[in-house]
Design a protein around this ligand. Structure first.
Ligand code: PAF
Length: 281
């Protein structure tokens, strides 16, 4: 497994692969890898010949009051996990490589980035799409994998790919959960034992919506109320949003007659967690 640190090193490596018609798969990450990330490696493997994992904590997707400085990092551990999993290359650039002095170009998917997480994190998705577009260009990948846990993120990236005619396939892979249901996330490391217990409320609320849906309830407002009721006034939890939205437009729906997403974000202490499930009538 090779570690590529500059755009030039990456270009030379992928250029060689392209010349040999080798199909390149990319998994963009911010590192501090967990089983969710590693499952993306397993999913993408059957679709490509070489796998690149990028590790870059992208400052452009963090607001000044967010956790950029303390975002967990452990490159050595990540490197070991990826080597064991049979990854071919890690792209591990510095901020200067990705955003040299004078950098001023951004990619924004307008409407979809303003709702749900975009309401409390206004510039977040603009930062995500900008870095992901750059990673697509740099790696010249044929396929890229993302996790469904960040449903809104993967949906916005699909829209960017479509709108900008980017010639690659996206693979959106299932959420990987801890045994008790908590969606895996690098940010789970922030949770103390009490918060770790409280973190389960998010998935419980979303499961509640799923159970009611499976029992025939199609009134989205009722499902959303039940999700809120499940968390109630639990001390230590602040609800950011809990909603049933159209899976395409990400707008709230009335009666569920097409694919929707039961989705939510909560703060457990200072840690913001997200989760979702697709409900398909
Ligand atoms: O999901 C993430 O880890 C990040 O948002 C991504 C896609 C790597 C872009 O920085």
């Amino acid at each position: 497994m090779t570690i590529l640190r500059t755009a030039l090193e990456l270009k030379e490596r992928v250029g060689g692969w392209h010349d040999q018609h080798i199909r390149i798969g990319l998994i963009p990450t911010m590192g501090f890898l967990h089983q969710g990330h590693l499952s993306l490696v397993d999913h993408i493997r059957t679709h490509c010949d070489k796998i690149i994992v990028s590790i870059f904590v992208n400052p452009k997707q963090f607001a000044p009051n967010e956790d950029l400085a303390r975002y967990p990092r452990d490159f050595q551990r990540d490197e070991g996990l990826l080597a064991e999993r049979g990854v071919d290359a890690i792209f591990y650039p510095t901020i200067d490589i990705m955003y040299p002095d004078g950098y001023c170009t951004y990619v924004e998917v307008e409407e979809l980035g303003k709702v749900l997480c975009g309401q409390s994190r206004p510039d977040h998705f603009r930062g995500v799409t900008t870095v992901v577009a750059k990673l697509f260009n740099l790696t010249k990948c044929d396929i890229a994998a993302f996790g469904q846990k960040d449903y809104q993120q993967s949906h916005i990236i699909s829209k960017m790919v479509k709108d900008l005619n980017i010639d690659l396939k996206l693979l959106i892979c299932p959420i990987v959960r801890e045994a008790d249901g908590l969606a895996m996330s690098s940010r789970n490391i922030y949770l103390n034992p009490e918060e770790r217990k409280n973190a389960l409320y998010l998935h419980r609320a979303i499961r509640k919506a799923r159970t009611l849906f499976e029992n025939g309830v199609r009134d989205a407002q009722q499902l959303s109320q039940e999700m809120h009721r499940e968390i109630g006034q639990t001390s230590g939890i602040k609800i950011d949003y809990l909603e049933i939205v159209d899976a395409e437009t990400l707008q709230p729906v009335g009666i569920i007659d097409k694919k929707v997403v039961a989705t939510g974000a909560i703060f457990v202490g200072k840690t913001r967690l997200i989760d979702n499930e697709i409900l398909n009538p």
